[in-house]
Write a protein that binds this ligand. Structure first.
Ligand code: GTP
Ligand code: MG
Ligand code: ZN
Length: 221
């Protein structure tokens, strides 16, 4: 009788995505009306999403007016870290949820004064898999990998690579201590997404941030 399970599960999953897509279009329209460029930041746990945003917000101070949403199953720790650099931060607690959904983004945006905001960063739950499938109404998806995860992660997570508008490779300061085949990693990315920019960065040292901030400025202009 496993066939019954298969036929009932699929339509429910499709319906969840359909509802999400409708909500995402609402978020997208609202952000467009306000002139806000939104980034969905997707990467594995510990790849450095919050560190990237901390370093980015620090450098954007006085130049842009950002807001930040950050999703985690539990704790406000990332939100607290980011609030040091930005006065519009909402921590979204997903409970058992392993990705953010558009309805959560809509509700979180409702808690913020968006007057004058021109940039929205959404730190997704640390996960390389299902965040890719849930449209949040973003303008661009940033795929974050890091040296400590190993050089095979792009090839093993093709959907993020094909969906990303830019691929960041973080923790390049650790290269002397690790065996990470950067040429192989970049070749895997190229095979999946021939045109996506691949930027090596270190959220700790700031290396590569000129290129990252340049991409951000050009994309959100
Ligand atoms: N050496 C080095 N360490 C880094 C770098 N970026 C982040 N880290 C460290 O990596 C660890 C995880 O960083 P986070 O920014 O918390 O990672 P995250 O992706 O936000 O993690 P989750 O939100 O839990 O999924 C921290 O100890 C950071 O200090 C980097 O560029 N170089
Ligand atoms: Mg984080
Ligand atoms: Zn999930």
């Amino acid at each position: 009788m496993s066939g019954t399970v298969r036929t009932t599960r699929l339509p429910i999953a499709e319906r969840v995505l359909e509802v999400n897509d409708q909500l995402a279009e609402g978020v997208r329209a609202d952000l467009a009306r306000r002139g806000i460029f939104a980034i969905d930041l997707i990467g594995a746990p510990g790849s450095g999403k919050t560190a990237l945003l901390e370093a980015t917000l620090q450098r954007l101070q006085g130049r842009r007016r950002p807001a930040v949403l950050v999703g985690d199953l539990a704790t406000r720790r990332d939100g607290d870290r980011l609030a040091r650099w930005c006065d519009r931060v909402v921590q979204i607690s997903t409970g058992e949820g392993c990705h953010l959904e558009a309805g959560q983004v809509r509700d979180a945006l409702g808690q913020l004064d968006l007057d004058g905001v021109d940039l929205l960063f959404i730190e997704n739950v640390g996960n390389l898999i299902c965040p890719v499938g849930f449209d949040l109404g973003q303008s661009a998806k940033v795929g974050l990998f890091s040296l400590t995860e190993g050089d095979d992660k792009a090839a093993k997570h093709p959907y993020l690579v094909t969906a990303a508008d830019v691929i960041l490779l973080n923790k390049i300061d650790l290269a002397p201590y690790l065996t990470f085949d950067r040429a192989g990693f970049e070749a895997d990315v190229r095979q999946l997404n021939p045109t996506v920019p691949i930027l090596g960065i270190s959220a700790t040292t700031g290396e590569g941030f000129d290129a990252w901030l340049g991409w951000l400025e050009r994309s959100s202009a």
